[in-house]
Design a protein around this ligand. Sequence first.
Ligand code: SF4
Length: 62
Amino acid sequence: MIAEVNQEECIGCESCPEFCPEVFRMEADGLAVAYTNPVPSEFEAAAQEAADGCPAHCIIIT
Ligand code: SF4
């Protein structure tokens, strides 16, 4: 699994690191980034939840 954040759409709500801090973090510019790829199998479910919960629908899971 690969997780990506489309930063052009991210609204900086800080939701994704709450769901899965092992994969997502907020950067100094206030936007999220996926920093653990490929996503370790034990975090795949949480990363998917983060994507499903993103209000801007800007987390891409492949
Ligand atoms: Fe950005 Fe979506 Fe993460 Fe919110 S949940 S910080 S909009 S990527």
